[in-house]
Design a protein around this ligand. Structure first.
Ligand code: DGY
Length: 407
């Protein structure tokens, strides 16, 4: 694995654009939020200073509201759509108008434990706190964490979002030119009807000047996200632990974690016996179990019924936790978040397994994920049944989790 370690480091340094790391050249040419936090985790294995810089650059894009955008457009790139002229957020640096899963505090804590850097963490702490407060104020509805756009979930075309997407009108978006399908095979990307709706949601946000009260009240899409709910519970607890180490008061993040835990019955789907995405506008649950549910252990949530379901889903594939249940009619093993397994999500699930003391399962997940990378390279995601490498190559977060967890 020494060669793979070197290759992974070369991907991180090769995707470094000077203080921030792009997810992969071509397909994703800017700084993405959760990708960047994972990049920092990878850097922490060989260059702690660069790891902290990555997080600092990410938070340099933080809005006055506390929101940390999902994309920061540090420089122009014609190869991506929708770029800053479409989002028109009016911010400096230019950015998108939505956020992404708040994994930064979880990873910052692990980076600190691995590599030190207390003063860097201290400087970041108020920014992390402000971001978590933004989640609490603008994305937690009835005690669960919601997304206002599938891109905000980071799991773009997951069947989790089908109920909300069905009610978004994408017919009026006008002509546009996609760029993603020029970089990778169209059969591995979201379809055109999805894209029309993604743009309709961007156009709504832009039209109201990214006013969050309007987006929550009248926006085209609002769904509870089990993955972000679990991530945010864990992230708030980790932020409280960080506060403790820094001599700050942990009360606020602890209270936010407790509120979210109290809200969990709101995303329990009795029919599926699992935590599920839910459309907050209609009350409708998603119709299949996604890998989002597998992040429960990350939040310390143990649930026998759901774990049996998840165990059965895992046994239906050969490699890793699939992003969608293979038994569901919406399963598509190579189409982005509708079935493939994602090394980065497996790594996050493994952090949860590790915290729960489930070392045999963590070991299995690591072996299966490592096998994919050894056979196929550092791709964005993989077919969980036959292991085919999919999406973008030389992918930052796959290289990062190799270094920090899988190798
Ligand atoms: C894309 O453009 O596909 C991204 O996933 C949006 O974040």
């Amino acid at each position: 694995d020494d060669d793979l370690d070197a290759a992974a480091r070369a991907i991180l340094t090769g995707n470094d654009r000077g203080g921030y790391t792009i997810p992969t050249a071509g397909l994703y040419p800017f700084q993405w939020n959760w990708d960047s936090a994972f990049a920092a985790w990878g850097f922490s294995t060989f260059d702690p200073d660069r790891a902290w810089t990555e997080l600092e650059t990410l938070f340099s894009g933080q809005w006055g509201t506390g929101m940390v955008p999902h994309i920061i457009f540090h420089r122009d790139d014609e190869g991506y759509f929708p770029g800053p002229d479409v989002w028109r957020t009016g911010t400096t640096p230019p950015s998108s108008g939505i956020s992404q899963p708040p994994v930064a505090a979880i990873l910052a804590r692990m980076i600190h434990a691995r590599a030190g850097g207390t003063e860097r963490l201290r400087a970041l702490y108020p920014r992390l706190l402000a971001w978590h407060r933004w989640w609490r104020d603008w994305r937690c509805v009835e005690g669960v964490a919601c997304v206002t756009h599938p891109w905000e979930s980071g799991r773009d075309n997951c069947p989790d979002w089908d109920p909300g997407m069905a009610n978004v009108d994408g017919s009026q978006v006008g002509p546009y030119q996609r760029r993603d399908t020029g970089h990778v095979d169209a059969s591995m990307r979201p379809g055109k009807e999805d894209y029309d709706r993604y743009l309709a949601m961007v156009q709504f946000g832009r039209a109201c000047g990214w006013d969050q009260a309007t987006i929550l009240k009248d926006g085209p899409f609002l769904m509870a996200d089990p993955a972000i709910t679990f991530i945010l519970i864990r992230a708030n607890r980790d932020l409280a632990a960080i506060a403790g180490e820094l001599g700050e008061d942990p009360a606020e993040p602890l209270a936010w974690a407790a509120e979210l835990e109290d809200g969990l019955p709101g995303i329990w789907n009795d029919d599926l016996q699992a935590y599920c995405a839910r459309d907050m506008q209609t009350g409708t649950f998603a119709r299949s179990i996604s890998s989002g549910a597998a992040l429960g252990l990350l939040a310390g949530i143990e649930n026998r019924a759901m774990e049996e379901k998840l165990g059965a889903i895992w046994d239906r594939v050969r490699y890793g936790i699939p992003s969608n249940d293979p038994a569901s009619d919406s399963f598509d093993p190579r189409r982005y978040w509708r079935g493939p397994t994602w090394p980065v999500v497996n790594a996050l699930i493994a952090v949860g397994l590790n915290s729960a003391g489930r070392t045999a399962e963590e070991h299995r997940l690591r072996e299966e994920t490592a096998a994919l990378i050894r056979q196929g390279g550092f791709f964005e995601y993989f077919d969980p049944i036959d292991g085919t490498a999919c999406g973008g190559d030389r992918f930052t977060w796959t290289a990062a989790i190799w270094l920090a967890w899988a190798s």
